[in-house]
Structure formats: C-alpha cells, structure tokens
Design a protein around this ligand. Structure first.
Ligand code: PRE
Length: 254
C-alpha cells in the first residue's frame, strides 16, 4: 500500500530532496578544494579587524549570516544559522512556509557539532596544505560547504516527521519511553544508507573528474577523493542526520 501523504510530503519526496542535496554538497567540496588550506583564514591573530575579535572566517560567517537573516533566510524552517545569538530580525515580509514540523523542531540546531567536524576532521582531509592568500574566497567556500551540509543534516527533522506519521503506532511507545535505541532501530534503513554512500562516491567521481579532449592518461584523478566524500557521509552526515531525527522524535509528543 502506498504510504499516506501528509501535507503532500512523502518519504520518497524527502529522500529525493536528500539526493539533490548530495549534488550541492559534492560541488561545494570541489569548489573549496580549489584553494589550499589557507591557515590565516582561521587564525584570530591574523585578522585584527577593528571592533571584532575572532578569525576572518568567523567575521565572514557572522556578517554573512546577519545580512541573510535580514533578507529572511532563517524564516525558512530548513535553514539554521551557525551563530544564532544576536542575529538581526528579518526585514522582509514573512513568507508563510507550510507548517509540517512539530514546534519543538525550532529548538534543534546542531551546527556547533557540524562546525567542529568540518574544521577539525573534514577540511584537513580534502584540501592541500598551503597558502595562496585567497582568504576571503576560502571563507566564502567554507560557508557554502557548511550551509549545504547543515541543511542536509537538519533535513532529518522532516524525514523523522514523515516516518512518525507513517508508522505512528510503532514510534509512539518508543517516544513515550524516551527510548533512543528503539527509535534508532525504527528509523534505520541500512540498504538506503549503503546506496547513499555509493552514490555520493560516484557523484564525486563524475562531477570531479578532469574533463579532457582526446585520449588522456589521467583517468582516476579527481578534484575531491570519492572515498573522502563517502567517508564524510558514513562517519558524519548520516549519523548526524539520525541524531537530528532522534532529537526531533524524542520531542515529537511534547
Ligand atoms: O532515508 C532515510 O530513511 C533517512 O532517514 C536518511 C538516512 C540518511 O542520512 O541518508 C538516515 C537513516 C537511514 O538509515 C537511511 C538514510
């Protein structure tokens, strides 16, 4: 039997969006990999910006998020700022996004974890060491990666909502018991996870290959190592999406 539709959102539609978001994530990693690590971007002692204490990256992200907040970006429940404190209010007319999620969704933001993972684990694994002076562009590329990864991981709220409504009688007892273990089992589809990991590696091969005319001897050289992209998904993106799903479900009956 086809799964019931809720506000016209089905698990298939949610998964289609996750698949599209893979493209954005893979492309954003490729764009960041065009620059070396560029350590001064992250060094608070380099920036010395008047009236600001922190790195150029933090300056760039805070300023960009402030502009985007004023332009209404965070009115969209799919968007999560990295520095939510002291963000200016939106200055544009409020768009009435469909209310699909439980209000508890608003309190879930794991961007701090995503930030730490990105800068401490992921970034050093896929960019070359070095310094070419392009610190502002580097910060801009980092923010694009962070926003794409964050949107995908927080999409777990919607995944969880659709699963909850599809299988309410299975989820409710586990939520009442605040039983993370059972919730994890309920929402896990190992076959889907395996397909995601394979697909993102393939996308990294396809989008990141060097396109040359004629016969070249350069097959197998990619702009971002496909194994790093599938590792990112295996070690971080999928586990953190599940974490968001569980955090959301635990509050779904509040
Ligand atoms: O597609 C789902 O059902 C999801 O919950 C998303 C996701 C993922 O992060 O890709 C996470 C958990 C499932 O085990 C499978 C895949």
């Amino acid at each position: 039997m086809a799964k019931a539709e809720h506000n016209n959102v089905t698990l298939g539609m949610v998964r289609d969006s996750l698949i599209r978001q893979e493209d954005t994530i893979v492309y954003s990693l490729i764009e960041r990999a065009r620059f070396p690590l560029n350590p001064p971007t992250y060094d608070p002692s380099y920036a010395s910006i008047p009236g600001f204490s922190g790195s150029l990256l933090e300056f760039f992200v805070k300023q960009t998020e402030a502009v985007q907040a004023k332009a209404g970006r965070y009115d969209n429940p799919e968007e999560h700022p990295f520095f939510p404190d002291n963000l200016p209010p939106s200055l544009v007319p409020h768009y009435k996004y469909p209310e699909v999620l439980h209000p508890a969704a608003m309190s879930i933001n794991i961007n701090k974890l995503i930030w730490d993972m990105y800068f401490n684990k992921l970034l050093p694994s896929f960019v070359s060491p070095g310094d070419d002076g392009n610190y502002a562009l580097t910060a801009a590329r980092d923010l694009e990666c962070l926003q794409a990864i964050s949107r995908r991981i927080h999409y777990g709220k919607l995944v969880a909502e659709v699963k909850f409504r599809d299988e309410r009688k299975d989820y409710e007892p586990a939520i009442r018991a605040q039983d993370r273990f059972t919730l994890t089992n309920l929402l896990t589809f190992t076959n889907v996870e395996e397909a995601v990991k394979k697909r993102v590696a393939k996308k990294a091969m396809t989008f990141g290959q060097e396109v040359k005319l004629g016969d070249d001897g350069d097959k197998g050289k990619y702009q971002v190592d496909p194994a790093i992209v599938s590792g990112l998904y295996a070690d971080w993106v999928i586990p953190l999406t599940k974490e968001v799903e569980i955090d959301y479900l635990l509050r779904r009956l509040d």
